[in-house]
Write a protein that binds this ligand. Structure first.
Ligand code: URA
Ligand code: CA
Length: 434
């Protein structure tokens, strides 16, 4: 086989065979196909697409392009959860301990990544001393012993995706539904998941800006699961504003703790119960998603998720006292408010601009080696649909570096649309596929 021929075939709208896709992915992982050909192929896929069978073949080939996590000595159905990414997405920090409390083994491999805030790993490092590098043995042992571990992905996992994603990132080919679906699903499968609950975000702060595209991605990932014998449910959820109030690393940890105490923001709590319900169902702990939700809600009320979080933090070397006294988490030296320039109803938010404001304050990375300021970020004071008066705070800014304040304010100035008449607020949950 020749790389040139496969690029040409896809460029001309052909369908690649399973053999061709396997050959291609091996060449990507082993670096026998050079960057320019991988990039050209990604562009051909961007324009021509892939059908469901091709996408499943790509997912399988990528999932097994390197090492995989073997969770067979952890008893029970391993249910993983993945979010396609949003702004101020505190869900994992709440959901992982909560479903572990319901008896679902949580063996979570997370990333850091680029974005408005750090990834789950960065957030957990807000607990002084928390270690995210666990060896394979220690990782599975901890899941067996306390029901939960959250660690960094080892370097050998899904090398084909690592290389392809890096090339897509610089060639304007990230935004391809089959490539996104294969990228996400291959990592979940390599991570040892038996079943997967996907949180597909849609809106101004998400990769998918329209419901049609979000549904297309959701359906494709559910179909990949069917072809690869993994049960998958995709919940399409709103990302036209941050889910909770916090956008930042330690700020989101604080919010997660509050939520596990039953005092969290309504929308964040609601989404965690919904996703948790599907996880409990797929994990065999409940006869249907509604019963799963009730089970997870009982554990929330009993404070069991909070107890699991304490155990998780202690097991990975962090200071569990911070769970009971969040003032021990990193806190920024300075706080300011961003106020409404005039009265009106908050009818639209550019959640990406809000996220960028948090990143500018130091909460996220623009380059892989940027250092995150765990204390920096935003606390949202208003939600879509609310009425605000001139001079009322819309956002609280938390920062250590005053030199960054002006740029953050400029992003916030673009982020809010105030109008004289109220507008309908998008629902939290748009659809469930699976
Ligand atoms: N997240 C991923 O992991 N991969 C993509 O391609 C896009 C979002
Ligand atoms: Ca996330």
């Amino acid at each position: 086989m020749r790389a040139y021929d496969l690029i040409q075939k896809k460029r001309d709208g052909g369908t690649l065979t399973r053999q061709e896709i396997e050959w291609w992915v091996e060449g990507v992982a082993r670096r026998t196909i050079p960057d320019e050909q991988v990039a050209a192929w990604a562009m051909a896929v961007f324009f021509r697409g892939m059908d469901a069978r091709e996408t499943a073949d790509l997912t399988r080939a990528m999932a097994f392009s390197g090492g995989t996590v073997d969770l067979s000595d952890v008893p029970g159905i391993k249910v993983d959860k993945h979010s396609t990414g949003g702004v101020g997405d505190t869900t994992t920090l709440v959901l992982a301990p909560l479903v572990a409390a319901a008896g679902i083994p949580v063996a979570k491999l997370s990333g850091r990544g680029l974005g408005h805030t750090g990834g789950t790993l960065d957030k957990l490092e807000s607990f002084p001393g928390f270690r995210v590098e666990l060896g394979r043995e220690a990782f599975t042992r901890q899941v067996r012993e306390i029901g939960i571990a959250v660690a960094g992905q080892t370097a050998d996992l899904v090398p084909a995706d690592k290389r392809l994603y890096a090339l897509r990132d610089v060639t304007a080919t990230v935004d391809s539904i089959p490539l996104i679906a294969a990228s996400i699903m291959s990592k979940k499968i390599a991570g040892g998941a038996d079943a997967i609950v996907l949180d597909v975000k849609v809106g101004s702060g998400a990769l998918m800006k329209t419901l049609d595209r979000a549904l297309e991605l959701a359906r494709l990932m559910v179909d990949i699961g069917r072809q690869l014998d993994r049960r998958v449910v995709a919940v399409v959820t709103d990302m036209n504003q941050p889910l909770g109030r916090a956008v930042g690393n330690a700020l989101e940890v604080r919010e997660a703790i509050l939520t596990l105490k039953g005092q969290g923001p309504a929308q964040l709590t609601e989404l965690c119960l919904t996703l948790g319900g599907y996880m409990a169902w797929l994990g065999g702990k409940a006869p249907d998603p509604q019963a799963g939700r009730a089970l997870v809600a009982r554990h929330l009320q009993a404070g069991d998720g909070l107890a699991v979080l304490r155990r998780l933090v202690a097991a990975q070397g962090g200071d569990p006292r911070a769970v009971d006294d969040p003032d021990l988490l990193p806190q920024a030296r300075y706080r300011e408010v961003f106020t409404a320039p005039r009265p009106g109803y908050l009818v639209a938010m550019d959640a990406r601009a809000v996220g960028t404001a948090a990143m500018v304050l130091g909460a996220g990375r623009t380059r892989k080696d940027d250092v995150i300021d765990l204390a920096a970020g935003l606390v949202m004071r208003k939600r879509l649909g609310e009425r605000v008066e001139a001079g009322e705070p819309l956002v609280e800014l938390h920062f250590n570096d005053p030199a960054r304040l002006e740029a953050a304010r400029e992003w916030l100035e673009r982020a809010f649309t105030l109008a004289e008449e109220p507008a309908p607020v998008p629902p939290l949950i748009h659809a469930v596929v699976g």
